[in-house]
Structures are given as structure tokens and as C-alpha cells.
Design a binder for this molecule. Structure first.
Ligand SMILES: NC(=O)c1ccc[n+]([C@@H]2O[C@H](COP(=O)([O-])OP(=O)(O)OC[C@H]3O[C@@H](n4cnc5c(N)ncnc54)[C@H](O)[C@@H]3O)[C@@H](O)[C@H]2O)c1
Ligand SMILES: O=c1ccn([C@@H]2O[C@H](COP(=O)(O)OP(=O)(O)O[C@H]3O[C@H](CO)[C@@H](O)[C@H](O)[C@H]3O)[C@@H](O)[C@H]2O)c(=O)[nH]1
Length: 340
């Protein structure tokens, strides 16, 4: 079985990707320092997969840690999820973000080169498009100046990967620009575990439905959109996870010194108010929400052009928005003291 290192594999997207990798016949090797995840995720993953999951607790910035993982499991590829991702925090502590998000990529690439590990899939973000001038955004849409140090780390990491490939390093790289991942594994055994008060829409919605938050505030209903609220491309995390498997298979067919980038979204934009209404409908409940002021720095509307990933990787989303919002709610309901 081909072994794939998943840095940050206990996190939200990494854990779901581990499931998809096993389904496709890979052996995921998880490396996580649990700085933003709970070690119990590993047990939950074992329950879903019906087998032990190989994992290491450690920092992927640490070469010695990478050495010991590699000595035990000579992996053939890497999916690099590990990063800090809180946009607001990144403006307060930019160095923490540059060190972990950018630093870890340089350490990993250096290590891969040393060991002759060729394939890497990198977690980028649609944040690199900023406030786009044209919709939907294609991979050719110009990137904009980042709105936050976090966003800048994604841009810089993409640039590092391009430069590394240009230097004739014997690697093959895919950057996946994720749109807005939502939902959870249909078993409700794994899902998103936000730290403290959620910044993102759907966790805030589910916590409000669960009574953890009194109400959700819609940040602005006076934008130039269908109902005045902002628009995003919400993608089920299992579909996003599957895109990594497709990206790995694609990389395996490429020659050395290869770089490519794909949007991973559904191709549909949904407004914040549509999310609230759809959530209420599929889960048959009422949400307490109010309209509040705009959130500074918000992108007004963005959704993906998915032709490239559809045609080149043969990837199409399998889950609907309704599935996503049902699975998010099932996950929230399943949260017990153990994982919360
Ligand atoms: N969730 C989103 O909306 C979104 C959107 C676009 C891009 N991304 C990117 O996708 C990746 C995964 O995001 P996620 O939502 O799963 O986040 P997450 O925080 O749930 O997962 C990241 C995991 O990495 C671990 N980690 C962080 N630094 C580490 C280090 N130095 N060594 C080892 N482990 C470390 C954390 O403990 C966590 O388990 C990140 O790179 C993120 O920036 C996320
Ligand atoms: O309580 C809330 C939370 C969010 N929103 C709105 O919901 C939309 C989506 O917000 P959010 O879930 O925070 O997603 P994004 O603003 O799209 O940012 C996320 O998604 C990007 C693309 O994946 C990543 O780059 C960012 O790091 C990540 O925070 C925005 O219009 C927000 O104003 C509300 O109205 N009320």
C-alpha cells in the first residue's frame, strides 16, 4: 500500500481525507501536534475505518520528527494540511503564522528532496483571489494582495512551490484552492472542532441551533447580491477530501518538476441567508438570527469555476448543500464532552 504522509491529519480536512485515502487503497500516515485538534480524532478514525490508524504526535517543522516518521514509514507522497488558520489571530501574531505555515512548507520540501519523495498536495485557499473582479473565478483569475497574514501565507506558499519546481527540483506539486468546506463525515464521528467562539458561518449556525450561542448575526444584508448577504461556494468536506485522492493519482502520472493548481468548490454560490434558510429547512428547526453590520474585510461574493478540476482530475462533487448542512448538524448533535 502506498504510504502518504498527512501533516495536520487529525484536523478537520485532514481527518476526512484520511478516510478517503484508505478507501482508495492508500495508507495514511498522520503527523499532527494536536495544536488545533483532539487526539480522540484518531480513535474516531479507527472506528470509521475498522482498523488502526498510523499516527505520530509531533511538529512538522521539526526535521528530526520527519526523520523518525520516515524511518518507520517511508512515505511516497505528502498532503500538507498542517497550518494555523485563524484569520483574526494572524493579524495579531503574524510571525506565528509565517513561522508555522510558511516555515513548515520549506522544511518539508527540503526533507522531501533529501529523501526523493516527489509528490505533494498543498492546502491553498480561494482567499488568494481576494475580492475578485469577475465571477466565477478560474485558476487564471489574478491573485490579489492578501487581506491578512494568514491569507498571505497561502500566497507565499504557492509562490515557494512554483519557485521550487522552477529550480528543477524533482518534485510534482498540486495546490488545491479550497472554497468553503462545510459538513462532516456522514457517520458524525468526525467533523470540524472550532476552538472557542467560531469565526466561520456554519459552525456558528450549528452552535446556535444547539443553544451554545444565543443567536447568529448575519454580517450585512445590504451588499449587491441576490438578498444583500455575502455569497460563498460551500463544499462538503468529503468531496474536498476526495479531491486530494484525485490530485495524488494525477501527480503519480506526471514527470518531475511539475506544478498545477485547481479550484475545489461546487461551482455554486449561496448567500449567508440561503444557508440559514436551507439549514432550517433540512433540519426542521428555527434559528435565532439577526442582521448586523458588515464584517470588515469580507469578500462580497465568490464562487469557483470548476471546469479545470472536473475535466483534468475527473472530480465532481457528490454531496449537495442540503447534505452538507444535515451532516454539520448531525455532527454538532453528536459532540460530547469527549471531543468538544
Ligand atoms: N477550513 C477552511 O475553511 C480552509 C479553507 C482553505 C484552506 N484551508 C487550509 O487547509 C488546511 C487544513 O485546514 P483545517 O480546516 O483542516 O484546519 P485544522 O486546524 O482543523 O487542521 C490543521 C491541523 O494541523 C495541525 N497542525 C498545525 N500546525 C502543525 C504543525 N506545525 N505540526 C503538526 N501539526 C500541526 C493542527 O493540530 C490541526 O490538527 C490548512 O492549511 C488551512 O489553512 C482551510
Ligand atoms: O457569524 C457569522 C459568521 C460568518 N458570517 C458570514 O458568512 C460568510 C462566510 O464567512 P466565513 O465562514 O468566515 O468564511 P470566509 O469569510 O469565506 O472565510 C473562510 O473561508 C476562506 C476560503 O476557504 C478561508 O480562506 C478563510 O480562512 C476562512 O475563514 C461571510 O460573508 C461572513 O460575513 C456571518 O454572517 N455571521
Amino acid at each position: 500500500m502506498k504510504k502518504i504522509l498527512i501533516t495536520g491529519g487529525a484536523g478537520y480536512i485532514g481527518s476526512h481525507t484520511a478516510v478517503e485515502l484508505v478507501k482508495a487503497g492508500y495508507e495514511p500516515i498522520i503527523l499532527d501536534d494536536f495544536s488545533n485538534s483532539n487526539p480522540n480524532v484518531i480513535n474516531r478514525l479507527s472506528e470509521i475505518l475498522g482498523k488502526d490508524v498510523i499516527y505520530f504526535e509531533g511538529d512538522c517543522n521539526d526535521k528530526e520528527v520527519l526523520e523518525s516518521v520516515y524511518a518507520a514509514h517511508a512515505f511516497e507522497g505528502v498532503i500538507h494540511f498542517a497550518a494555523f488558520k485563524a484569520v483574526g489571530e494572524s493579524t495579531q501574531f503574524p510571525l506565528k503564522y509565517y513561522q508555522n505555515n510558511v516555515g513548515s512548507l520549506t522544511v518539508l520540501l527540503d526533507f522531501m528532496q533529501q529523501k526523493g519523495v516527489k509528490n505533494i498536495v498543498f492546502s491553498s485557499s480561494c482567499t488568494v483571489y481576494g475580492q475578485p473582479d469577475q465571477l466565477p473565478v478560474t485558476e487564471e483569475t489574478p491573485r490579489k494582495d492578501a487581506e491578512s497574514p494568514y491569507g498571505n501565507t497561502k500566497k507565499i506558499c504557492e509562490d515557494i512551490l512554483v519557485d521550487f519546481v522552477k529550480s528543477k527540483a524533482k518534485v510534482r506539486v498540486v495546490s488545491l484552492r479550497y472554497f468553503n468546506p462545510v459538513g462532516a463525515h456522514p457517520s458524525a464521528k468526525i467533523g470540524e472542532l472550532p476552538n472557542g467562539t467560531p469565526n466561520n458561518l456554519v459552525p456558528f449556525v450549528t452552535q446556535t441551533a444547539a443553544g451554545i450561542r444565543e443567536k447568529i448575526t448575519v454580517f450585512g444584508d445590504d451588499y449587491d447580491t441576490v438578498d444583500g448577504s455575502c455569497i460563498r461556494d460551500f463544499i462538503h468536506v468529503m468531496d474536498l477530501a476526495n479531491a486530494h485522492v484525485k490530485a495524488l493519482a494525477y501527480l503519480e502520472k506526471q514527470a518531475d518538476c511539475f506544478y498545477d493548481v485547481f479550484n475545489v468548490g461546487t461551482g455554486n454560490g449561496n448567500s449567508v441567508l440561503e444557508i440559514i434558510k436551507t439549514f432550517e429547512k433540512v433540519n426542521d428547526l428555527k434559528l435565532n438570527y439577526t442582521i448586523g453590520p458588515r464584517r470588515p474585510g469580507d469578500v462580497v461574493k465568490i464562487w469557483a469555476d470548476t471546469q479545470k478540476i472536473n475535466q483534468v482530475l475527473g472530480w465532481y462533487p457528490q454531496y449537495s448543500l442540503e447534505d452538507s448542512l444535515r451532516d454539520s448538524w448531525n455532527w454538532e448533535k453528536s459532540l460530547s464532552g469527549e471531543l468538544a
